[in-house]
Design a binder for this molecule. Structure first.
Ligand code: NAD
Ligand code: UDX
Length: 494
């Protein structure tokens, strides 16, 4: 065809949903159908309450839905009617067999390839939107070749997605780059041109980067690995700051001012989460191991090791500051999503921090403006997350619809997501309802700690150690973690 008139996207998730809404919005002459095997998800996309929260998305979906944007469970029909098919299904870390815990599970991608091979005919551009290991497009082509007589008319492209959750609409409307990989043959270049024409409706030509398929696939894994590596690097330094009196925000400012380094992605935190970073680094580690490059694999693995260290370091600090025992103590948790402006909890650092606190016997009052109670319970009760049985977890966890009720009668507030609203809460009112000493543990370094201390809070945050004179008075001059430890008994006896 001279141009793409109809698009089908398999997978109505965090990527397929927003991406297709923007394409429909920017390309009124293209019919966009998003298909998914999950009928609940499709019903939600067709309802007033969309299955995912992204600022600005609802308006765009409402504008296009029923005009040139459709959601359906009929995958075959969507595929048959499309000139271009996005495969935008989940590619989680494998939980079984070879490469378990590291390799990407390509079951869903392969099943899409088989569905397409089974029903499509004529010319089709098949676009790998899912994040996949390098050379996955070759497997898709092979499945087409072996299963479909029409396959010689199918062109497979790689077009990885770089949107971040919470800013998906803005990222899609104004991408740093759109990456399209394809085979460098006349037919491959023609397919690249067709997909380029779709994006050209709103993306400037210099931002559309084309290259060979394998480079494109690998670039996606490497981009996420670099981003996560920055977070782990600044988090590693945050531990040094807490031990020395340096302030991680000042260090990040000084380092980020170097234009070769840049200032973005240097916010120290309780650890990175989200469905991509860990999964894609593990994928890169596995690819490196398979290529017999153990040093390369180890190098990237350390990014995850550091992230796990950061999460457990923070959880252990909470226990230590609360006099080494939190059994039956109530603790308020502010934020459960993996970052602000999303309701997504996949790999959220909140999950492992909360699991640690629950295993120590704490009662948790959890508040998040976007995450539903069932999601929180299902994350915490997921096998392998927390050592306690489900009934015990359900007993210890209460979710709250507002932060004030979550904080009442607790020993501590633990901030795990950087929601803006946490910065402007009435902490003066809150501390009056809390037990003393009242603690704030700021896992995102977003609160005004000087003010919190003026109000009477004891505070700890990632990447900076605040002086607490009154606290040390209270503890008789000893650091609190020493008070009830063996070391401190020896110290007091001496
Ligand atoms: P998701 O789990 O939100 O959505 C995937 C959807 O695909 C699900 O609704 C599932 O039911 C559907 N699906 C799976 N197999 C199917 C089949 N055979 N037929 C029909 N539907 C099927 O996943 P996501 O977060 O949108 O991620 C999709 C891909 O994009 C992944 O490879 C991911 O790594 C990548 N990615 C994600 C993000 C992100 O921010 N979430 C960003 C960039 C890239
Ligand atoms: C990421 C990539 O940014 C995106 O390009 C890719 O397409 C998908 O994966 P996402 O996981 O949605 O996007 O969010 P991102 O903003 O990258 O944050 C990931 C995690 O890192 C979050 O938990 C966030 O809180 C944390 N983070 C990020 C930090 O702790 N510090 C930072 O400076 C930046």
């Amino acid at each position: 065809p001279e141009s793409i008139r109809s698009i089908c996207c398999i997978g109505a998730g965090y990527v397929g949903g927003p991406t297709c809404a923007i394409i429909a919005h920017k390309c009124p002459e293209i019919t966009v159908t998003v298909v998914d095997k999950n009928p609940i998800r499709i019903a939600q996309w067709n309802s007033d309450k969309l299955p995912i929260y992204e600022p600005g998305l609802q308006e765009i979906v409402m504008k296009c839905r029923g005009k040139n944007l459709f959601y359906s469970t009929n995958v075959e029909e969507g595929v048959v009617n499309a000139d271009l098919i996005f495969i935008s299904v989940n590619t989680p870390t494998k939980t079984y067999g070879a490469g378990k815990g590291r390799a990407a599970d390509l079951t869903h991608v392969e099943s899409c390839a088989r569905i397409i091979a089974g029903c499509a005919s004529g010319y089709k551009v098949v676009v790998e939107k899912s994040t996949v290991p390098v050379r996955a497009a070759a497997s898709i082509s092979e499945i087409f070749g072996a299963n479909s007589p029409a396959a010689s008319n199918f062109q497979v492209l790689s077009n990885p997605e770089f949107l971040a959750e919470g800013t998906a609409v803005a990222d899609l409307l104004n991408p740093d780059r759109v990456l399209i990989g394809g085979s460098q043959t006349p037919a491959g270049l023609e397919a690249i041109a067709l997909l380029t024409a779709v994006y050209s409706h709103w993306v400037a030509p210099e931002r559309i980067v084309t290259m060979n398929t394998w480079s494109s696939e690998l670039s996606k894994l490497v981009s996420n690995a670099f981003l996560a590596q920055r977070v782990s690097s600044i988090n590693a330094v945050s531990a040094i700051c807490e031990a020395t009196g340096a302030d991680i925000s000042e260090v990040a400012e000084a380092v980020g001012r170097d234009s070769r380094i840049g200032s973005k992605f240097l916010q120290a935190s309780v650890g990175f989460g989200g469905s991509c970073f860990q999964k894609d680094i593990l994928n890169l580690v596995y690819v490196s191991e398979c290529l017999n490059l153990p040093e390369v694999a180890q190098y990237w693995m350390q990014v995850i090791v550091m992230n796990d260290f950061q999460k457990s370091r923070f959880a252990k600090k909470i226990v230590s500051r609360l006099f080494n025992t939190i059994s039956n103590k109530a603790i308020a948790v502010f934020g459960f999503a993996f970052k602000k402006n999303t309701g997504d909890t996949r790999e959220s650092p909140a999950i492992s921090v909360c699991a640690h606190l629950l295993e120590e016997g704490a009662r948790l009052n959890i508040y998040d403006p976007k995450v539903e109670t069932e999601q929180i319970l299902s994350d915490l009760c997921h096998p392998g997350v927390c050592a306690l049985p489900r009934e015990r977890i359900e007993n210890l966890v209460t979710t709250h619809a507002d932060p004030h009720s979550a904080a009442a009668n607790t020993h501590a507030i633990v901030v795990l997501t950087e929601w803006d609203e946490f910065k402007t809460l009435d902490y003066e009112k809150m501390i009056k309802s809390m037990l003393r000493p009242a603690w704030v543990f700021d896992g995102r370094k977003i609160l005004d700690h000087e003010r919190l201390m003026d109000l009477g809070f004891y505070t700890e945050c990632i990447g900076h150690r605040y002086q607490r004179p009154q606290f040390y008075d209270h503890c008789n001059g000893h650091a609190p973690e020493l008070l009830f430890s063996e070391k401190s008994k020896a110290f007091r006896a001496s």
